[in-house]
Design a protein around this ligand. Structure first.
Ligand SMILES: [Zn+2]
Ligand SMILES: [Zn+2]
Length: 408
């Protein structure tokens, strides 16, 4: 098939655009399987199906189109809009993330010189701005794997770029998860390697602050990850129990309610150590966190996560008590009050959870008993009411009967 021309759509392609607008993923899937549909076809404005789906906020169809080879960087639109720009305009953070993950360029500008982040900001879609600004391509990291200027050696050994990029791209900022990511890669779980990575994080942070289009979100994220990496490095150097010891410290709950005090203090300390005091985002974070007593909501982690990843739309999802991954669904079988990704996460947490598991269980049972009582009481009340109604209606019938009888 020849390269798509603007407005040159087959009947099936026109149907596909209609199906996308209606959000019918099943039909879209069927049409994409047809040989009359080119996944990168262009409508009269130069919009691809992916641009349409991104603009309409249809995440499942975007995913489907990408699986079918949709070009995320297609730039045939009459005003130079890309799929990422449309995602930003729609305000759907999950779609913006999907486009970035599929390799969408962030510095492309439209016909009036605006980037996707600037367009999203212009229409007030700040969560999308956050997601876009939060993204850090592998290419930008690889810059540090090449010697610059008079350097004989690069700042980052190239074998570390992959594992470090994986940590950087984590949307879960729970320090336990980040330490787990370090731990699972033997190249990274090494004091010297971590020191190098930590320094590169500082450099990227500085660059984000000093570049013309300052990116505070990324600066804070890079600084935070740098702090976690430094912490891992110092544990590897000084402690016998290595990173497991760090994970335990981060998870250890206080006696009264199991609140992880060390974790809270560690995150607050990371934020306090951010080297650019004038940054608006830093001031915002400090204002939200400083007045909160340790142990109360919101936690420093939740404030930081929301500021950096903009994840507010994921409230309905269950998060792992240990590592903060979303979509966890294994409940503690005793208290049923905490939830984990898997047995490994549960095992890591048990040394501290076991101290409050029983209390949580009792609290839950008490609550359940109370609500059962409440339901019972309601049922009884309804029954009594019904009985009363039956009596009244039968007396009404009776009086009616009597009057009828009187008429006879
Ligand atoms: Zn977990
Ligand atoms: Zn439990």
């Amino acid at each position: 098939m020849s390269a798509p021309k603007k407005g040159d759509l087959s009947a099936a392609e026109k149907e596909l655009l209609g199906v996308i607008a209606a959000g019918n993923a099943q039909e879209a899937s069927r049409l994409l399987g047809s040989k009359d549909v080119r996944v990168n076809c262009l409508d009269e404005y130069g919009m691809t199906p992916l641009m349409h789906a991104a603009y309409k906020g249809k995440a499942d169809i975007c995913k489907l189109l990408l699986q079918h080879g949709a070009d995320v960087n297609c730039n045939e639109h009459e005003h130079g809009y890309t799929a990422l720009m449309f995602a930003g305009l729609s305000g759907k953070t999950d779609i913006a993330w999907m486009m970035l993950d599929a390799g969408a360029e962030t510095d492309v500008v439209n016909s009036v010189g605006r980037t996707a982040a600037q367009m999203a900001a212009f229409v007030g879609q700040h969560d999308c701005v956050t997601v876009i600004n939060n993204f850090f391509s592998r290419k930008r990291l690889d810059y540090y794997t090449k010697p610059q200027g008079l350097e004989k050696e690069p700042k980052l050994p190239s074998k570390l770029a992959g594992p470090l990029h994986k940590v950087i791209m984590s949307t879960n900022l729970n320090p336990v998860k980040l330490v787990m990511l370090v731990k699972e890669n033997p190249l990274l779980a090494d004091a010297e390697a971590l020191e190098k990575c930590g320094k590169v994080m500082e450099l990227i942070c500085e660059k984000c602050v000093k570049q013309q289009d300052m990116n505070e979100v990324l600066a804070v994220k890079m600084h935070y990850i740098g702090c976690v990496l430094h912490k891992c490095g110092s544990f590897l150097r000084e402690r016998q129990d290595k990173l497991d010891g760090l994970i335990r410290s981060l998870l250890k709950g206080r006696e009264s309610d199991g609140f992880p005090v060390f974790q809270e203090k560690f995150i607050r300390e990371c934020i306090r150590k951010f080297p650019y005091c004038d940054a608006t985002l830093l001031q915002q974070l400090v204002r939200s966190i400083a007045p909160v007593e340790i142990g109360n909501e919101p936690t420093a982690l939740s404030v930081l996560s929301q500021a950096i990843t903009g994840q507010v739309g994921f409230m309905e999802v269950e998060f792992c008590t240990t590592c903060g991954e979303k979509g966890a669904e294994k409940r503690c079988s005793i208290c049923k009050m905490v939830i984990y990704c898997n047995q490994e996460c549960q095992k890591l947490h048990w040394f501290t959870h076991k101290k409050i598991c029983k209390t949580l269980q009792e609290e839950r049972e008490k609550r359940e008993a109370e609500s059962a009582k409440h339901v019972e009481a309601q049922a009884r009340e309804a029954e009594e009411k019904k009985a009363l109604e039956d009596v009244t209606s039968s007396t009404e019938n009776l009086s009616l009967d009597q009057s009828e009888a009187g008429n006879m």
